[in-house]
Design a protein around this ligand. Structure first.
Ligand code: HEC
Length: 501
């Protein structure tokens, strides 16, 4: 286990010196702004974490600006610049026609040829007068003070959720745009529709002549809810997406490839997936069950040796930063570290500066906060840098690994809690309360059947099918939910599940 060794130290303004005493040695830290500072131990590297901005509102996207400030989005249609040295925040755009119900303003990317083209590309939700929700890609121009002259480049259908959304610009100056499946499964594998894709557009919004499907922006297909998209140093493009009840994934994106969804979740490993597995389907570089809800992702190269040549991936449900170590060719994930678990709440994006400073942003004011969040100062942007080397004698052996899925309570947390919540009360209007559920309290066989098969609710939310669980797991988690929330003590047994299945 990694451990937190320092409390926080806050100074109002001006140059301050702060003396930290760690069990084994004292560390002096000078800082000029009133940043809250904490330290965190890796195997041999001591990290410094500084909260550089507070009181924000779902920072979906951060980009390193040409001015060496961080440019970031706010869910309620705002774009701001943050001076990472002083913490000063300057607002440079308030979009008027954004629509925030769950989603709002999402991703943003800056033109790489900034001197010639000071353009910012922004993706946000909008509701039309006919009440159709659309997802807009709009280009703004920076005039030295504000973002002005909006120009709509492209518009695709939107939805309250499942929009995905992340933008990058390639070396050959195309926009790549990760889009969600909008819960329209039939069209994900059809290049005539924009959902569940990586789209590729010219910077003026037109469709490149060399796209794989003539006249279509589709570049790769078969994604569910992708919120991470980044290039590694050698130009490989990685995408991170949310699975349904199982299999969150990171994939290496290639032209014209299919990534399986909706027929295949994660690897082609279940019997019904194998029957359905086209030769062209690409396997993920890594997948997670139970799910972690991956969001923003960036490539890291720098002086934190444990993390060098890795993808850094923020997670929402798991509230952690995942460090996915890459092989020399930057094609495979060779190992994973999990850091800052449950420390800062939901993490939406990560941004690595050219000098290797890492910034992570929280998402605790979105529609689905974790227990005990948001805290007063949410949302926040936190900087992570190397603070030194831990002396050999003081190193803590062992890795942070994910807890084994076993007992009923952790099955509930991992597979049910993200929707029905730890207290079983759900999210009104989206996920029903289990405390008042007649189904949970009712006939055993009907309940087992329901959990095995899943269900689509009238609110548009779905209860995933849990047929992938073993009889023992399903018996344990449903008995737990009944005892905990419906106060019914009699067990659902493995044999009950086997009989109904
Ligand atoms: C992705 C979100 C999600 C997850 C994860 C999830 N559920 Fe659900 N659950 C729903 C939705 C949505 C409904 C309502 C479905 C409907 O109305 O048809 C629901 C309904 C239910 C009900 C019936 C509630 C009622 O209205 O009486 C039970 C019981 C239940 N879920 C148990 C579970 C258990 C046990 C797990 C974990 C193994 C689980 N759910 C995981 C979304 C989820």
């Amino acid at each position: 286990m990694k451990k937190w060794i320092f409390g926080s130290c806050v100074v109002a303004a001006g140059l301050a010196t702060c003396l930290f005493s760690a069990g084994y040695r004292a560390i002096r830290s000078n800082f000029t702004a009133g940043f809250e500072i904490e330290k965190y131990e890796l195997d041999s590297t001591l990290l410094k974490l500084e909260t550089v901005a507070t009181n924000l509102n779902v920072v979906w996207d951060m980009a390193w600006g040409p001015d060496n400030w961080i440019w970031f989005t706010d869910h309620d249609g705002k774009v701001s610049r943050l001076n990472p040295k002083t913490g000063q925040v300057i607002d440079i755009l308030q979009i008027e026609d954004y629509y925030r119900k769950r989603l709002g303003l999402m991703s943003m990317v800056l033109h790489p040829d900034w001197q010639k083209h000071p353009h910012v590309f922004i993706n946000y939700s909008h509701i039309q007068s006919d009440s159709a929700i659309v997802s807009k890609l709009v280009r703004y121009t920076y005039n030295g003070k504000k973002l002005v002259e909006p120009r709509l480049l492209y518009q695709i259908p939107g939805y309250l959720g499942h929009n995905g959304s992340r933008l990058v610009i390639s070396k050959d100056r195309k926009i790549l745009w990760a889009t969600g499946d909008l819960k329209h499964k039939e069209t994900i594998q059809n290049p005539a529709f924009a959902n569940g894709k990586v789209l590729r557009l010219n910077l003026d919004g037109s469709i490149p002549k060399d796209n794989p499907y003539p006249g279509s922006p589709a570049w790769a297909m078969g994604f569910r809810v992708p919120q991470g998209l980044t290039y590694s140093a050698n130009g490989n493009l990685f995408i991170a997406e949310h699975g349904d009840a199982t299999d969150d994934e990171v994939n290496l994106v290639q032209r014209r490839k299919s990534y399986g969804w909706p027929a295949i979740a994660g690897f082609c490993d279940l019997p019904e997936e194998r029957d359905n597995c086209p030769d062209s389907a690409v396997a993920p570089v890594i997948a997670w069950t139970p799910t972690i809800a991956p969001a923003g992702m960036d490539y890291y190269k720098g002086n934190i040796s444990e993390w060098n040549n890795a993808l850094l991936l923020t997670t929402l449900k798991d509230q952690s930063l995942r460090v996915l170590k890459l092989d020399a060719k930057q094609q495979k994930v060779t190992g994973e570290d999990i850091v800052f678990s449950k420390k800062y709440g939901r993490l939406r994006d990560v941004c690595v500066s050219p000098s290797g400073e890492i910034y992570i942003s929280t998402s605790n004011r979105d529609w689905n906060p974790a227990p005990n969040f948001p805290i007063k100062t949410d949302d926040r942007i936190i900087r992570i840098t190397r603070a030194g080397t831990i002396p050999k004698s003081a190193r803590h052996a062992g890795k942070n690994t994910q807890k084994e899925v076993g007992d009923a309570a952790s099955l509930y947390v991992n597979f049910c809690g993200s929707c029905h919540k730890a207290d079983g009360k759900g999210v009104p209007g989206s996920f029903p309360s289990l405390v008042t559920s007649r189904r949970l309290a009712g006939d055993k066989d009907a309940l087992i059947r329901f959990i095995l098969k899943g269900s689509q609710s009238s609110t548009g939310e779905a209860m995933p099918a849990f047929g992938f669980m073993t009889d023992a797991q399903l018996a344990a988690v449903s008995s737990y939910a009944r005892k905990q929330f419906a106060k019914i003590p009699d067990e659902i047994s493995e044999a009950d599940v086997a009989r109904v299945r």
